[in-house]
Design a protein around this ligand. Structure first.
Ligand SMILES: [Zn+2]
Length: 335
């Protein structure tokens, strides 16, 4: 059984690793299949191999219904054991290797065995007794180590790398706390009551190609993607500044939607104001003044590139230090 099931186990292991890699690089696969599902299946498979291996140890090999495999022959002690001869020496039943031997040679073997038995040694000791016995053991041991190693790697990926479950991984109270904070920040910019929704269903946000957020012009409801909300949650509540450009983008989006709530309908102008308000907004969310300002300057610098595919979002030429869209004309740098 062991000889057949181990290559099988290896094939399954390779398949599991390939599937895992595919899962990592395919967001579509990630949305279809939760990672714990294949992991659970793989863990059950591994446990099965382990239990089967332990059970097999110590039990006599059963009838196989097929000719001996090279491994079996090696385990027996070599080709010469293919046709064993059962002889009776001094009242003991003794098996001797008889393959390809003449009657005379067998008679010699019997004589040698009788001598060995008299000296209290085993009746027959093949010259390479060690190698054939240890090879299958090593093979089995390596296979088991391989299984445990793959399982450990999967567990590491699942519990360490992917423990961060994003917005969906937060409980209700954490989400409510985040939405309340973002609402109060939006309110400061809008100048009136504001309600920020982290639209986890993707119903409100994501319909428009370039939108990480959406807001009623002059109204009180704004919608952000879960990814933007989660980034701001990490910054505000976990003191995690995250990746520079992602955090910069998240702050700029919240500020942008807040300017829509305030009544600004023009996307380019909303961006220009957002990059300026984003400095104090970022500071209130936990960044240093210097980092927040650097982030907003980066957003402004990247604006032309980002706006290439959506020209409405390009900031007007007056969006500069001392320009008509400068919210603090007497102050430098900009933003
Ligand atoms: Zn907008």
């Amino acid at each position: 059984m062991e000889t057949g099931s181990l290559p099988h186990a290896r094939r399954l292991r390779i398949a599991a690793v390939v599937l895992l890699l595919a899962w990592f690089f395919s967001p579509r696969l990630q949305s279809w299949v939760p990672l714990w599902l294949p992991f659970l299946g793989f863990a059950a498979l591994e446990a099965h191999f382990l239990v089967a291996g332990l059970r097999e140890r110590g039990t006599a090999p059963g009838a196989r219904g097929r000719s001996p495999q090279p491994e079996d022959i090696a385990e027996l002690g070599g080709e010469e054991w293919l046709e064993p001869v059962l002889v009776r020496i001094d009242g003991d039943d003794v098996w001797l290797p008889g393959t390809g031997k003449t009657d005379e040679e067998v008679a010699e073997l019997i004589e040698e065995s009788r001598e060995r038995l008299r000296r209290g040694e085993p009746p027959y000791e093949p010259e390479e007794a060690e190698a054939p016995a240890s090879r299958p053991f090593r093979r089995r041991f390596l296979a088991r180590v391989e299984g445990v190693a793959v399982l450990a790697a999967l567990a590491f990926v699942l519990f360490v790398l992917l423990r961060d479950g994003g917005w969906d991984g937060l409980d209700g109270a954490e989400r409510a706390r985040t939405e309340a904070l973002l609402s109060s920040q939006a309110q400061r910019i809008a100048g009136h009551e504001a309600r920020v929704h982290c639209d986890a269903e993707g119903e409100a946000v994501g319909i428009v190609q370039h939108a990480d957020g959406l807001a009623e012009i002059g109204g009180s409801n704004a919608y952000l993607t879960p990814a933007i909300c989660y980034r701001l949650h990490r910054l505000a509540f976990e003191a995690d500044e995250g990746s520079f450009s992602q955090t910069a983008r998240a702050i700029a989006v919240l500020a942008h939607e807040s300017w829509h709530l305030r009544g600004e309908a023009n996307e380019g102008i909303a961006n220009c104001y957002a990059f300026q308000s984003g400095v104090s907004l970022g500071r209130r969310l936990g960044l240093s003044e210097r980092t927040a300002a650097r982030m907003m300057r980066q957003q402004l610098a990247d604006n032309a590139t980002v706006a290439r595919s959506a020209p409405a979002y390009l900031v007007p030429a007056e969006c500069r230090d001392g320009g008509s869209l400068d919210l603090a004309p007497g102050r430098s740098p900009f933003p």
